[in-house]
Design a protein around this ligand. Structure first.
Ligand code: UFG
Length: 326
C-alpha cells in the first residue's frame, strides 16, 4: 500500500510510519514539526507543511495515489485545550475539515482518524463500549467528537469512508528501541515517572489520592503504542475491503491505578522514584477502561503487548537512550 501519514513525526505517528515501512508499505509523512521530531520519521518521503494548507494538500493528492490516509496531527493536552480552545478547534477540527475537502475533491479514499477516550467525558459506566454516551468535558474531547461527527456526515454526502480509533492511554515505545514518546516537557504519567527514574526530572506529582477507587488514585487503561498502530493497519484493510464508516475503542480492558503504575515503574527501573501528593487535576475522571470487543470482532485486533510491565519496560529502554543532563 501507499499511505499518507499526517502527523507522522509525532509519538504515535512515527511508530505508525515505522510499522508500515517494516511491513513493506510505502509511506509519505506530512508534518509541520510543531511538536513532532524530524529525526523520528523512519521513511524516505517527508513533506514539511501544515494540514491547513489547502494548496499543499492539493499538490500532495494530485501527484500521488494513496490507498489510505492516517491522520494523527492534533494537539492533545487537555489542560491547554481549556485555556486556549481556539487553538484546538482551529488545528484539530478546522484543519481536519481542510484535509477532508482535499481528499474528497481529489478522490482520495480511506481515512483513519486518531480519536480519543476523551469523547466520552465522565464515564457513566466502565468498561466503556462504543454505545456509551458521548459528553466530552473539555475542548480537546469536543474537538475529537466534532471530527467524528464530520466524518459521518462527509461519508453520507460523498461516500468518503473512515474509521475513528478512540485511544485510551497510549503508552510504551518501539520494541526495537528506535522510537519513543518525546513530549518536552513530558505530559503523560509513564514518561514523567521514567524521567524521574533516570534523573531527567525530580519529583513526580500524584494528582489526587481521594478518588473513589481502591487506593484513591485514578485508574487508566494503558495500551501499547505498537498495538495501537496495528489496529490502524487492520482498520485500513477493513476500509479497503469495503468496511463502513465506524468508530472503535482501543484499550486492553484492564485498569491500573496511578499508584500501581508507580510501583511498576519502580520495579522495572530499580529506582526509588520520589512522589508528592498534590490536589486533583481538573477534568480527570476516576476511571477510564475500554471495552474493545468490537475492535476484536470487526477488525480482528488482538493486542500483543498487554502487560503493564512490558509497556513500561519498552518505554524505559527508550528513556535510557535519551541524552542525560549530566
Ligand atoms: N498523573 C499524575 N501525575 C502526572 C501525570 C499524570 O498523577 O505527572 C495521573 C493523571 O492525573 C491521570 C493518570 O496519571 O490520573 C494518567 O494521566 P496522563 O496524563 O498520562 O493521561 P490522561 O489519562 O490524562 O490522558 C489520556 C490521553 C488524553 C485523553 C485522555 C482521555 O493522554 O489524550 O486520556 O481522557 F484525552
Amino acid at each position: 500500500m501507499k499511505v499518507l501519514v499526517v502527523g507522522g513525526a509525532g509519538y504515535i505517528g512515527s511508530h505508525m510510519a515505522k510499522l508500515l515501512v517494516d511491513s513493506g508499505h510505502s509511506v509519505v509523512v506530512l508534518d509541520n514539526f510543531s511538536t513532532g521530531h524530524r529525526d523520528a520519521v523512519p521513511c524516505n518521503e517527508v513533506i514539511e507543511g501544515d494540514l491547513g494548507d489547502r494548496d499543499l494538500l492539493d499538490e500532495i493528492f494530485s501527484g500521488r495515489q494513496f490507498d489510505g490516509v492516517i491522520h494523527f496531527a492534533s494537539y492533545i493536552q487537555v489542560g491547554e485545550s481549556i485555556e486556549k480552545p481556539d487553538r484546538y478547534y482551529r488545528n484539530n477540527v478546522a484543519n481536519t475539515l481542510t484535509l477532508l475537502e482535499a481528499m474528497h475533491e481529489r478522490g482520495a479514499e480511506n481515512l483513519i482518524f486518531s480519536s480519543s477516550a476523551a469523547v466520552f467525558g465522565e464515564p457513566e459506566y466502565v468498561p466503556i463500549d462504543e454505545r456509551h454516551p458521548k459528553n466530552p468535558v473539555n475542548p480537546y474531547g469536543a474537538s475529537k467528537l466534532m471530527v467524528e461527527r464530520m466524518l459521518a456526515d462527509i461519508d453520507r454526502a460523498y461516500g468518503l469512508r473512515s474509521v475513528s480509533l478512540r485511544y485510551f492511554n497510549a503508552a510504551g515505545a518501539d520494541p526495537d528501541g528506535l522510537l519513543g514518546e518525546r513530549h518536552d516537557p513530558p505530559i503523560h504519567l509513564i514518561p514523567v515517572l521514567l524521567q524521574a527514574a533516570s534523573g531527567r526530572c525530580q519529583t513526580v506529582k500524584i494528582f489526587g489520592h481521594d478518588y473513589d477507587t481502591p487506593d484513591g488514585t485514578c485508574i487508566r487503561d494503558y495500551v501499547h503504542v505498537v498495538d495501537l498502530c496495528k489496529a490502524h493497519l487492520l482498520a485500513l484493510t477493513y476500509l479497503r475491503q469495503s468496511g463502513k464508516t465506524d468508530a472503535f475503542n482501543l484499550g486492553n480492558g484492564v485498569g491500573f491505578s496511578v499508584r500501581e503504575v508507580i510501583d511498576t515503574a519502580r520495579r522495572v527501573t530499580g529506582q526509588a522514584i520520589t512522589v508528592d501528593h498534590t490536589p486533583r487535576r481538573p477534568g480527570d475522571p476516576a476511571r477510564l477502561v475500554a471495552d474493545a470487543s468490537r475492535a476484536r470482532e470487526v477488525l480482528g485486533w488482538i493486542p500483543q503487548y498487554t502487560s503493564l510491565d512490558r509497556i513500561v519496560e519498552d518505554a524505559w529502554r527508550w528513556e535510557l537512550r535519551q541524552p542525560r543532563l549530566w
